[in-house]
Design a protein around this ligand. Structure first.
Ligand SMILES: [Zn+2]
Length: 194
């Protein structure tokens, strides 16, 4: 992109929007809340109405006893159990433009911060989906910038997609501004919804 603004005119049928983990458990009141998670929803809703080839929402989707849960020795409290209320997309998220859903973290023994591959390297199917749709540019929003959004962006780059993070449509666990500064030397393009 020549400029850093995403607009209706700048989006084409070779572009896909990835909405990462906008689920109840990651919103205030959930099991693993991200501060500011709710405040980015209006921006994500406006983004999803742009003429993307695909609008793909991910859901962290864990079995009981998942390796990432603290009772199993993992780093996180129990969250996003498959088909639970906590795993549902948050109701404020406009869902009518969503064309595909990707579930991640579905294997008992592997976590999956990335929407593309879990920690064992198993594909979620996202790369063949995007390639099959003729997508060459990926725009990523959602939560959390410094965990799943970033991991997704890294794998997107590795699989040769032009990779953008929409900075005003993402929220971080830590300081967003500090994290964004660490991204500047990389190949990820930072942009904003106009
Ligand atoms: Zn998880």
């Amino acid at each position: 992109m020549k400029d850093s603004l995403v607009s209706y005119e700048s989006i084409t049928q070779s572009d896909a929007l990835l909405i990462i983990d906008m689920q109840n458990d990651f919103m205030p009141g959930g099991a693993l809340p991200i501060n500011d998670g709710l405040t980015i929803i209006p921006t994500i809703n406006r983004l999803s109405s742009l003429p993307f080839r695909a609008v793909i929402a991910t859901q962290d989707w864990h079995p009981q006893g998942h390796c990432s849960f603290s009772p199993q020795g993992g780093p996180w409290p129990i969250h996003c159990l498959a088909a639970s209320r906590g795993a549902a997309l948050t109701t404020e998220l406009e869902q009518k433009y969503i064309t595909h859903i990707i579930h991640k973290g579905i294997a008992l023994d592997a976590d999956s911060n990335s929407a593309f591959y879990d920690d064992n390297g198993t594909s979620t199917g996202l790369t063949p989906l995007l390639k099959g749709l003729g997508v060459s540019r990926v725009f990523i929003c959602g939560v959390a910038l410094d965990v799943c959004v970033y991991a997704t962006a890294q794998h997107s780059l590795r699989d040769n997609f032009q990779t953008h993070i929409i900075t005003n449509a993402t929220a971080a666990v830590g300081s967003k501004d500090d994290f964004l500064k660490t991204l500047s030397p990389t190949d990820i393009t930072l942009c904003q919804l106009d």
